[in-house]
Design a protein around this ligand. Structure first.
Ligand SMILES: *Cc1c(COP(=O)(O)O)cnc(C)c1O
Length: 226
């Protein structure tokens, strides 16, 4: 399948999910996750009309950025080690995995202009997952006022790998409620308008529950062998 064919299906699903809850498909940003695929396939993704690309490892990001550069808007979606911040900070527009003060401090130090960050939240509480516990998020965002180069544009989560729709919905809904409670504070450093949630298996549900950014890998850029 070409990326364009995959994208047509995804866009139809997005329209359907939006229709169900009265949302505008224009408000959904698709981040094409290219971590498994070649530079050629990532370029094909850009030519299909996708503007946003996501990578979860520094090496993959730099390799693709070198070729694709400013044709894409880059999102770093993986776990970020503080010592690697300086290597990617000028290549990315968004970081989706801010989850600790030491990382905020490093980002703040390595850039001259505010970086748009999502706070990663471990809503499901699985031990294997990164991210802050939901109870600690508001306080964490509050402390980020000390770092003028961090702008909190939203929250991000990864849902558990389960089939049960009600479990997934609960996770997405919790993230939205948490986002709303931060927005209510009207903090200048944390407009927190976005929700980065939903992947290939669950993006329709995520949209129904308020996702603004969906991170789609396999169903957009797969199958990997052509
Ligand atoms: C790989 C990855 C995705 C995309 O996963 P698919 O199931 O292939 O759509 C989304 N978000 C993160 C953080 C990822 O690492």
């Amino acid at each position: 399948m070409t990326v364009t064919e995959n994208l047509a299906k995804i866009e139809a699903n997005i329209r359907q999910a939006c229709n169900k809850v009265g949302r505008d498909p224009q408000d959904i940003t698709i981040i094409g996750v290219t971590k498994y695929v070649t530079i050629e396939r990532a370029l094909e993704t850009i030519y299909s009309g996708i503007r946003h690309l996501g990578e979860n490892r520094m090496e993959g990001l730099l390799e693709k950025h070198q070729v694709i550069g400013e044709k894409a808007i880059w999102h770093f979606i993986g776990t970020l080690q503080s010592r690697k911040v300086k290597d990617i900070i000028n290549q990315v527009s968004y970081i989706h995995s801010l989850d600790r003060k030491s990382l905020a401090k490093e980002i703040n130090k390595r850039t001259d202009e505010p970086v748009d960050c999502f706070i990663q939240v471990n809503v499901s509480g699985e031990e294997s997952k990164h991210g802050l516990q939901p109870d600690n998020v508001v306080e964490f965002v509050d402390t980020l006022q000390n770092y003028p180069n961090i702008r909190v544009v939203g929250l991000m989560t990864m849902a558990p790998h389960v089939e049960d729709e009600s479990v997934l919905r609960e996770v997405f809904k919790s993230l939205r409620q948490l986002r709303d409670s931060i927005q209510e504070k009207e903090w200048g450093h944390a407009p927190c308008q976005y929700l980065s949630m939903g992947m290939s298996n669950d993006y329709q549900l995520a949209i129904e529950e308020g996702a603004t950014h969906i991170r789609i890998g396999s169903s957009l850029v797969g199958p990997y062998e052509e």
